[in-house]
Each structure stands twice: as C-alpha cells, then as structure tokens.
Design a protein around this ligand. Structure first.
Ligand code: ADP
Length: 360
C-alpha cells in the first residue's frame, strides 16, 4: 500500500472537500464559535491523513490554518489577528493538526511493516518445512539404499554359483545387477542433493576425461560411430574438476545419446575452451526433447509422459549429472541441436596452465 504518494485524484478530492467544508463553515460563521471551526478543520486534517497519508494531512493542516485565519478570525479577509488570544487558538490548531497527521502516519507505517513481516513469516514457514522434509527424504533415501546393497550382493553371489546348475539363475544375477545400479543411483542422488558429494577437484587434461569416457561406453555400443572433436590450436585443454564425477556425467550423456537416437546416426562429442570454461558437448540426431520438457528432464524420477516403461532407467541419470556438474562449479543444460536432435552442454571450470608446463 502506497501511503506516501497519493495520486492526483486524491489531491483533487481533498481540495474539493476543503472547499465544501469552508463554504459550509462560512455559511454559519455568525453562529459558530472559533472552537467549532478549529475542531471541524481538525477532523478534515485527520480524515485526509488517514485516507491519503501524511503528505495530504500536512497540506490540509497548512491550508486549513490559512483559511481559518483568513475567514474565521477577526478581522476577516486578512491574515492579521486582532485579538492576541486568537493567536493561541490558531497556533494550537496548527500544532495539534501537524502532530496528529505525523502520528497517524507513523502508526500506519508501523502497521504496514507488521503486516509485511507477518506475510514474510507466512511465506517462509512452508519453505522451512519443505527444507526439513527434503532433509528427511534424503536421509531415508541414503539409509534405505545402503541397507539394500548388502542383501543384493548376497543374492548376486548365490545366483552366480547357481548358474552352473540352472541357467535361469543368470536372469537373477542380471536383475540383481540392475537393482544394484538403481540403488547406487539413489544413493548418488541423495548425496548430490544433500551436498555431500566428495569431489577432489584437480587440474586434469580434457583428453584424459574424453578418453576414459569413450573407453567406458564403446564396449556397450560397438556399432555406433562417435565423432570426437577436440579444439585444436596447439594448446592443451585443461580443466579444474573431479575426474570421477565428470566421467560419470559424460558416460551418462553418451549412454543417453545412444539410447535415444537411431543406431545408424553418429553421436558427437566435442570439447572447446570458451573464456574461463571448458565446454563439452554431447550431441545426437535423435528426436530431441520437446520445449516443455527441457528443464523437467533434469528432475529426479522424471520420465516423459507416454514413455514406454524402461526397466533399465528410473529417470535419475540427468538429475545426478546436473548435481555433479554443479558440485564442481560447472553447469549442465540442454539445447536443441541444429538440424534435429539433442545437445547436452557441460561447462567445467577451465584451468590456467603455468607457462612452465606449456613450454615443456
Ligand atoms: P533415464 O534413465 O530415464 O534415461 P535420464 O535422467 O538420463 O533418465 O533422462 C531423463 C529423460 O530425458 C529420459 O527419459 C528421456 O526422455 C530424456 N532424454 C535424456 N537424454 C536424451 C537424449 N539424448 N535425447 C532425447 N531425450 C533424452
């Protein structure tokens, strides 16, 4: 509520009100006493202060003082005062109306502040309880995933032994592996969300990261062409990041590109330096992601509406990948690929190589 800046309509309304009150008082000038004029003008000042703020109140106080003196204190139609006692009435009127206008203003400001504070408290309360719920969810997630790991390892070990007797045990082993991966993802997600990802950030050549990522994925996608492009120009690309976490991100992006694009189309993997960033891009020529889902795919457990149930994925990969990127001071975002398909752009902090190393 803006009490300090009344609009022109309010000024006009109070000017009209002052004129009407003065005309009425003028009409009854001979029957009324000075105390009556003073009280009625005071009511006008208070009304103006309450409804339109202290600026209007103070302006009304000054105008009323002048009108009072001019029309209702003898000699009339002049600002001179014949009876010195009338000065007392006039000055008392001015002081009371100014003080009252200011006091009302202060009360209203305090009321506004109290209201704003109450609204702020109302707004923060659900946020605080949301944060607490989040914390509890993460703690629960961490403990459940941890407790699931042990029985899963036993199941896998027993199934492995049983394969010699019954080859259906192979299915049990595979399923145990799959569950184990999912539990691992849940654990990672809870770590990322609670900010406890241990990242040993160090100066690392991008060649190492890209090489390790390709080594991880190419076995599982023998038919696929991966076109790698590393920025040329003689300088070694070096970043300041955690190799394990970044590897996890890149592998996840490459596996997704493989999963969501036609087998015959190549996957692109490029790394360039842009200002203080190393920009790593994984691109594919698949269907891409619809505009409405480009942020949602980074939410945990998000799978697009109508997606066929995929036993291998729980919609955690990108949420973990973005969390890991941010934990290292980087970012991960989606951009549509020119010509169709997706581009996932990972920014990692670049490292400045000491000149000594560069010239070796
Ligand atoms: P999921 O395990 O389901 O793949 P992700 O978190 O890795 O989980 O991905 C979430 C969703 O984002 C996927 O279900 C898919 O719809 C979409 N997505 C991820 N990568 C791509 C891609 N390269 N092309 C198109 N859609 C993708």
């Amino acid at each position: 509520m803006n009490r300090t800046r009344p609009g022109w309509a309010q000024w006009l309304a109070w000017a009209v009100a002052t004129a009407v009150v003065s005309l009425l008082l003028f009409h009854f000038r001979d029957v009324l006493d000075k105390a009556h004029f003073a009280l009625i003008y005071l009511l006008l000042v208070l009304g103006g202060s309450v409804a339109s703020g202290h600026r209007v109140g103070l302006a009304l106080a000054a105008t009323s003082f002048l009108l009072f003196d001019w029309f209702f204190v003898p000699p009339y139609n002049t600002l001179t005062v014949a009876n010195p006692l009338d000065w007392l009435v006039l000055v008392a009127f001015l002081v009371v109306s100014v003080v009252a206008a200011q006091m009302l203003h202060r009360l209203q400001v305090e009321a506004d502040v109290a209201r704003a504070r109450a609204a702020e408290i109302d707004r923060l309360a659900p946020l605080e309880s949301l944060r607490e719920t989040h914390r509890l969810q993460n703690a629960l997630l961490a403990s459940v995933s941890h407790d699931l790991r042990t029985p899963l390892t036993t199941i896998k070990a027993v199934a492995h032994d049983l394969v010699r007797v019954d080859d259906r045990a192979l299915v049990i082993e595979e399923e145990a592996d799959r569950l184990n991966r999912m539990v691992g993802d849940l654990l990672d997600l809870s770590r990322v969300q609670s900010g406890t990802t241990i990242a040993s950030v160090a100066m690392t050549p991008i060649d190492d990261l890209v090489g390790a990522a390709l080594q991880r994925v190419t076995g599982a996608m023998p038919e696929r062409t991966v076109q790698v492009h590393l920025e040329e120009g003689g300088t070694l690309l070096v970043g300041r990041f955690d190799l394990t976490s970044s590897l996890r991100i890149l592998v996840n992006l490459l596996e997704n590109a493989n999963k969501y694009s036609p087998p015959a189309s190549p996957i692109g993997l490029s790394a360039v330096r842009r200002d203080q960033w190393i920009v790593l891009t994984v691109s594919d020529a698949g269907a891409g992601v619809p505009t409405a889902e480009r942020e949602r795919i980074f939410e945990p457990f998000y799978r697009p509406p109508g997606a066929p149930p995929d036993r291998g994925s729980a919609g955690l990969g990108l949420a973990i990948a973005r969390g890991l990127a941010e934990a290292q001071g980087g970012t991960l975002r989606y951009v549509p690929r020119a010509g169709g398909g997706s581009e996932f752009v990972l920014l990692l902090p670049a490292a400045e190589l000491p000149v000594r190393i560069l010239t070796l």
